[in-house]
Design a protein around this ligand. Structure first.
Ligand SMILES: [Zn+2]
Length: 233
């Protein structure tokens, strides 16, 4: 387990090399869990699956251990001072204090993740659909299919992205032959794809996150993604 003994080394995850190795390890697992294409960024997969970046997972575990052991700790905006006279408190009282601290730790760690996501250069297609890093974790119904993951990451059987990687001879949409064949084109723009399952989809092109704002809307959107992706092959 990567987070084992996190209390001893969580302060070192800011080191660029350590962070890179942690994220590389997490990436392999995320590729399997999220069913995304191999070209999708680690940051996008973390947000889609609701998996805390592994470096922050180590920080979270390290901070929690410090609290549990009643040791002073400081990380970013979070600071914990050991409880005085801890021997006079009941186990329940200690547990209550710790739970309050765990909530604060979670908050500071998620805030950091959110700032990673907002300043990240990769995964910007996904950012248009999912702005908040806690989105997936807080919506149990959000379990995107493979087709839906292709659409919200922008990587899938789209000629433009394949062409950019030298895997396709043309970048144009095979149906209209006029525009680049991208996720956005097939879902919102091209008139040759059947959108009868979600007729007013075009209204969402500039506010894609609204497509995921309720379970009902998401399920409708997902059916459309599955159908359109099927049609791309
Ligand atoms: Zn087209």
């Amino acid at each position: 387990m990567v987070t084992y003994g996190a209390i001893l080394w969580f302060g070192k995850v800011d080191n660029r090399m350590i962070r890179r190795h942690l994220l590389a390890a997490q990436r392999i697992v995320l590729l399997i869990l999220t069913k995304a294409c191999r070209t999708v960024s680690t940051a996008a997969m973390q947000v889609i699956g609701g998996y805390l970046p592994l470096d922050l997972e180590v920080v979270k575990k390290g901070l929690e251990s410090s609290v549990r052991l009643n040791r002073y700790v400081k990380w970013g905006d979070y600071e914990f001072y050991p409880i005085q006279n801890i021997d006079n408190l009941s186990l329940q009282e200690i547990k209550n204090i710790n739970n309050v601290e765990y909530d604060k730790i979670k908050e500071v760690v998620y805030k950091t993740w959110q700032s990673y996501w907002e300043t990240e250069v990769h995964g910007r297609d996904t950012y248009e659909y999912i702005k908040e890093v806690n989105f997936a974790a807080e919506r149990k119904w959000f379990k995107p299919s493979k087709g839906c993951t292709y659409v919200i990451t922008g990587y899938g059987p789209f000629k433009f992205t394949l062409w950019k990687r030298g895997l396709e001879e043309t970048k144009f949409c095979p149906k209209c032959n006029t525009a680049n064949h991208t996720s956005e084109h097939v879902i919102f723009q091209c008139s040759h794809y059947d959108r009868s399952s979600f007729e007013d989809i075009r209204r969402y092109e500039n506010c894609k996150y609204r497509l995921l704002q309720s379970e009902e809307k998401f399920s409708k959107f997902q059916s459309l993604c599955n159908k359109v992706i099927e049609d791309c092959r």
